[in-house]
Design a protein around this ligand. Structure first.
Ligand SMILES: Cc1cc2nc3c(=O)[nH]c(=O)nc-3n(C[C@H](O)[C@H](O)[C@H](O)COP(=O)(O)OP(=O)(O)OC[C@H]3O[C@@H](n4cnc5c(N)ncnc54)[C@H](O)[C@@H]3O)c2cc1C
Length: 300
């Protein structure tokens, strides 16, 4: 039995791998290669990199650091999890591996506007589509900003971005569904609201253009506020508690409601940020180490 199997090799999983490997524990890390961090063209709010760093480069550095201490990242998807005597059975392809503890660091997947993938990825690379106002709202200061969304989630995102620019438009993917209170909030903030349906997306003159019910609009940057899928299915499978969106409930040591199962990063409820994912993983890894030491002293 391994001491810990880490599922997910984004900032949370890799931080945990660095800590756990340096605790001299036997670990495995599985990752199916779709970290949200890998989509970041250049993060400028992550501390320690004054000129910014691309998400891929940051992940590569973290992996190199984990490997230096003996951790191995296996490129494979974990397809199921079950509780067994003394730990967990972790299914990877034809194999079932056993571990005393499991750390779930599987992240989330953003729902995207309905557009061709190549166009989406090109627009993302150029900063014409953005997903994280906390991370990169600064970069759109005084720009013309579109938010695709509606309801209180869309309103919250638009109001947040109003802190960066006076030119914010909330476009519904179809037609707006807004409470009177949400409508009043938008009016008070001076945020324009426009109905969809959104379509015929294209990059035109270094702006993202698309059709709406009120004609074709162009923005310097567009933030989809369409929610996300939480990759917590493996934990839910073994009975871990999540909120209505699927985000895992954890205590302040990153313990889920299932003994021995930990969660860190975007998959757990909290601030969806690299620094937060790393911090949670550090807490989880140290708690895992101390839990294992209680069962059997760790000695060289
Ligand atoms: C466009 C964009 C820009 C962003 N910019 C910033 C920024 O500037 N600053 C900032 O702090 N944050 C930024 N973020 C948010 C940041 O990327 C996330 O908060 C961070 O990546 C969360 O780390 P994580 O390890 O929890 O999840 P992820 O990075 O998403 O990693 C999860 C990993 O788990 C793997 N996985 C999932 N399921 C399985 C499975 N069953 N088996 C094996 N592997 C699995 C996935 O393949 C993935 O590699 C941005 C996000 C996006 C999308």
């Amino acid at each position: 039995m391994d001491d810990c199997i880490i599922i997910g090799g984004g900032p949370a999983g890799l931080t945990a791998a660095i800590y756990l490997a340096r605790f001299h524990l036997s670990i495995r890390l599985f990752d199916c290669g779709s970290s949200r961090a890998a989509q970041i063209p250049c993060t400028r709010n992550h501390a320690g990199y004054p000129e910014g760093i691309s998400g891929k480069e940051l992940l590569a550095r973290m992996l190199a650091q984990a490997e230096k201490y003996g951790a191995v990242r296996e490129a494979a998807e974990v397809t199921s999890l079950r509780v067994i005597e003394g730990g967990f059975g972790v299914r990877v392809g034809e194999r079932e591996l056993a571990a005393r503890t499991v750390l779930l660091a599987t992240g989330v997947v953003n729902n995207r506007p309905d557009m061709p993938r190549a166009l989406h990825d090109d627009a993302l690379a150029r900063g014409l589509i953005r997903y994280c106002p906390i991370c990169d709202g600064y970069e759109v200061t005084d720009k013309r900003i579109g938010v695709i969304g509606t309801g209180s989630h869309g309103v919250r995102e638009a109001v947040f971005l109003r802190g960066y620019s006076a030119d914010v438009t909330l476009v519904a993917p179809e037609a707006h569904q807004l409470s009177d209170e949400d409508g009043a909030t938008l009016d008070e903030a001076g945020i324009v609201r426009i109905d969809g349906p959104c379509g015929a997306y294209a990059i035109e003159d270094e702006q993202l253009a698309f059709d709406t019910a009120q004609g074709r609009l162009r923005f310097d940057s567009v933030y989809p506020a369409l929610g996300s899928k939480i990759r917590s299915g493996l934990a839910i499978q073994v009975g871990a508690r999540g909120d209505e969106s699927g985000c895992l409930e954890v205590d302040d040591h990153q313990r889920t409601s299932v003994p021995g199962l930990f969660a860190a990063g975007d998959v757990a409820r909290g601030l969806d940020q690299i620094s937060h994912a790393m911090g949670e993983a550090g807490v989880a890894a140290t708690t895992i180490r101390n839990l294992l030491a209680e069962r059997k002293p760790i000695r060289r």
